[in-house]
Write a protein that binds this ligand. Structure first.
Ligand SMILES: NC(=O)c1ccc[n+]([C@@H]2O[C@H](COP(=O)([O-])OP(=O)(O)OC[C@H]3O[C@@H](n4cnc5c(N)ncnc54)[C@H](OP(=O)(O)O)[C@@H]3O)[C@@H](O)[C@H]2O)c1
Length: 231
């Protein structure tokens, strides 16, 4: 892995991914909205920035050229297919050999075998409906984006994040195939470690065509799983 593109580099998750990628001496190309370029000032001498909408096909085409890996923050903002437009452009223009890593939430399901609490189902339904009515966020667009990815034969991994918190790194999160698995019960991961998992996935071929649901490695459910305690 030599050169990686980070789409959504100026966001909270994106900036952590930029740092992890630089720590690994990757050459980094970051894509972010023009108005957000200054959010990357701390990295400006070390990365190439391609300003533009992250669902702009020509923006993505230019940014992913020659990249061995593409890290994409799928953000379902607005009601104009922002996430699915981004996913389609990445799938269309990334180099055939490139490792493609996408971020999303636990509500995404690859095979329908995830088991959600009624609380989570209600929250996604109600919050999703309100956000769409206000034309702020279209959660279903992230679902459509991931369905495009799941149907692709490119070398993808979809990383499904639990609830997020800020704080220093605790280490690489643990993961499981399905929400509802006991190891995931704590439903919390540090954002810096979500980013770490995304960047580490670039070099982990075992995750190709998988949609790992992640949780913090120091979370009670992860620790209990390690010591074989039922939670
Ligand atoms: N937040 C959570 O609790 C949570 C939980 C599980 C999974 N996730 C997943 O984690 C990933 C990152 O989430 P995050 O909450 O940490 O967000 P984030 O990384 O801070 O930002 C997401 C992206 O959205 C862009 N953005 C923000 N407002 C926008 C707008 N109005 N129009 C267009 N683009 C806009 C940001 O770009 P700018 O820098 O240009 O604003 C950034 O690239 C997502 O894939 C999300 O589904 C989040």
């Amino acid at each position: 892995m030599k050169k990686v593109c980070i789409i959504g580099a100026s966001g909270k998750l994106g900036k952590y991914m930029v740092q992890h990628a630089l720590d690994r001496n990757y050459e980094v190309v970051g894509v972010c909205r023009k108005k957000s370029v200054e959010k990357l000032d701390q990295f400006k001498d070390r990365i190439t920035i391609v300003p533009g909408m992250t669902n702009g096909r020509q923006v993505i085409k230019k940014a992913v050229e020659g990249c061995d890996g593409v890290l994409t923050v799928l953000a379902p903002w607005g009601v104009n297919n922002y996430s699915s437009g981004t996913a389609q452009a990445v799938l269309d223009f990334a180099e055939p050999h490139a490792r493609l890593i996408f971020s999303c939430g636990w509500h995404i399901t690859k095979d329908g075998k995830d088991e959600y609490t009624w609380m989570m189902k209600t929250l996604v339904k109600v919050a999703g409906w309100i956000a769409k009515m206000l034309r702020l966020v279209d959660i279903q667009d992230q679902v459509r984006a991931c369905d495009l990815v799941f149907a692709s034969d490119k070398n993808w991994t979809v990383v499904r994040g639990s609830n997020l918190e800020e704080g220093e790194s605790e280490g690489l999160p643990v993961w499981s195939e399905h929400v509802g698995d006991s190891i995931l019960k704590s439903n919390l991961v540090r954002r810096i470690d979500f980013a770490l998992f995304m960047v580490e996935a670039l070099e982990n071929d075992e995750l190709i065509h998988k949609a790992p649901a992640i949780v913090g490695c120091q979370s009670p459910s992860a620790l209990a799983h390690k010591s074989n305690i039922k939670v």
